[in-house]
Design a protein around this ligand. Structure first.
Ligand code: 6PG
Length: 446
């Protein structure tokens, strides 16, 4: 009999199985596609003791009770199908764990359905990609406390050590909070990726710097407070070549997404919170994919790109400013969700669990934990002082970008957001008056 079942043996499922097996956990593996199972044991000797099944019935029978089954399939029809299958085959008190990126709203619904069948549920976000999941992922969990108690020993064996010395998994609440925290992680990831990409773009378009020069700057930053996993991998990609051509010279600029950023944006809209930096990061992916519009518009204007200088101290400070605002917006969204849904997600616990194993791991996360009161960011004078000090750098970089027709998604939004939230009086006074004129909406007086 095995200790644990995994359904969905794609790239992440394979890494998870290898990680567990290498810790002596016997896993049963099932995938609808036979191909993904055929060479598994040959390719990965550490899976020797695992039990591989093409038949769901035999797979279920091979797991010791109460069964723990981790589902790693894409959300949508594939996940729906696996959940309805498992509901038929599992017995009372068995545990179904959804380890994919699932919309927290769907995670909530799934929990209710699974509970009604006397099964236990965990909605779990897993970060780290193929390598991270193999070596020690960052795991964000929500769902039945009783289920968590039964699996935490396994998670403690397969995760990394966080900055606080704990293992990189955390239980965030008895409902869909695990998937919610993973969604926030991904929103932060989208912005971090866009900021780095905007910086590379600003440098390359100046006609003064080549990929190696950008790489040099990123390398320098990686040795200081700006270090992050995403900056590290960007550095590798900037200098990657295929047949003498730089990858970035031949790569298509259309960036796709799998929906997690959109979900976060929708949640923010529902809660009336601004995540303008995420919005900009998503927009830039949408625009990148709209080939027809872009080529038509490009033919209508005369592109006239000139050389320009970049002040690197300003650039580093602009980057620092934007990264702080990105986290600031994410913290306020978590805070708003806590208040509206009567949750108790701890922002410091979220940062801690992201501090190792996750895609967004960085020195900034460590610094946020040590230097700021992240669970009450609005009362933290320190962050506002820092933002004020960094702001001239951002203005300088935005000036350069505006004069030279270089779009810097996320940078403009960071400044606009900061100026608005820190202003005692906004343009929306007149909006109140306009609404009153045409809709007889009541005017609120101070
Ligand atoms: C992770 C990543 C991963 C996610 C994509 C991001 O933490 O390991 O966040 O879970 O699937 O990398 O999603 P997009 O495909 O939407 O960019």
């Amino acid at each position: 009999m095995s200790d644990f079942g995994i359904i969905g043996i794609g790239r992440i499922g394979t890494s998870m199985a290898r990680n567990m097996s290498s810790k002596g956990i016997i896993v049963s593996l099932f995938d609808k596609s036979h191909n993904s199972l055929d060479n598994l044991k040959n390719d990965y000797p550490e899976l020797e003791s695992s039990l591989v099944f093409h038949d769901i019935n035999k797979f279920i029978s091979s797991i010791s009770k109460p069964r723990k089954v981790l589902v790693l399939v894409p959300s949508g029809p594939a996940l729906d199908e696996v959940i309805s299958l498992l509901i038929q085959y599992l017995d009372s008190n068995d545990i179904l764990i959804d380890g994919g990126n699932t919309n927290p709203n769907v995670s909530f619904e799934n929990h209710q359905t699974i509970k009604s069948k006397n099964l236990l549920y965990l909605g779990m976000g897993v970060s780290g990609g193929v390598k991270g999941v193999l070596e020690g992922p960052s795991i964000m969990i929500g769902g039945d406390t009783n289920a968590f108690d039964q699996v935490k020993n396994i998670f403690s064996q397969i995760t990394s050590k966080t900055i606080n010395g704990s293992k990189s998994f955390e239980f965030f609440g008895d409902s869909n909070q695990g998937h919610f925290v993973k969604m926030i992680h991904n929103g932060i990831e989208y912005v971090e990726m866009q900021l780095i990409s905007s910086i590379y773009y600003l440098m390359i378009n100046s006609k003064k710097y080549m990929y190696d020069d950008v790489a040099k700057i990123f390398k320098k930053w990686n040795d200081i407070d700006l270090n992050s996993y995403l900056l590290e991998i960007s550095l590798l990609k900037l200098t990657e070549k295929t047949d003498d051509s730089y990858l970035l010279d031949i790569i298509d600029d259309k960036a796709d997404d799998n929906g997690t950023g959109r979900w976060m944006l929708k949640h923010a809209i529902d809660l009336g919170c601004s995540v303008s930096m995420l919005n900009s990061a998503i927009d830039s992916r949408f625009i990148s994919g709209n080939n027809i519009t872009r080529s038509k518009a490009n033919k209508m204007i005369k592109e006239d790109k000139k050389e320009y200088d970049i002040d690197f101290e300003s650039l580093a400070n602009a980057y620092r400013f934007c990264r702080l605002i990105n986290y600031f917006q994410a913290f306020l969204l978590i805070d708003s969700a806590n208040k509206s849904y009567r949750w108790n997600i701890s922002i410091s616990n979220a940062l801690n669990v992201w501090s190792n194993g996750s895609i967004i791991k960085s020195k900034l996360i460590n610094k946020l934990l040590s230097d700021y009161t992240v669970d009450n960011i609005l009362d933290d004078k320190h962050i506002f002082n820092n933002l004020n000090e960094l702001k001239p750098g951002l203005i300088d970089i935005l000036n350069t970008s505006l004069i030279n027709d270089i779009s810097l998604p996320c940078f403009n939004e960071a400044l606009n957001y900061f100026n608005q939230i820190s202003s005692s009086s906004l343009s929306t006074k007149l909006i109140q008056a306009q609404r009153n004129y045409f809709g007889s909406h009541e005017i609120k007086i101070n």
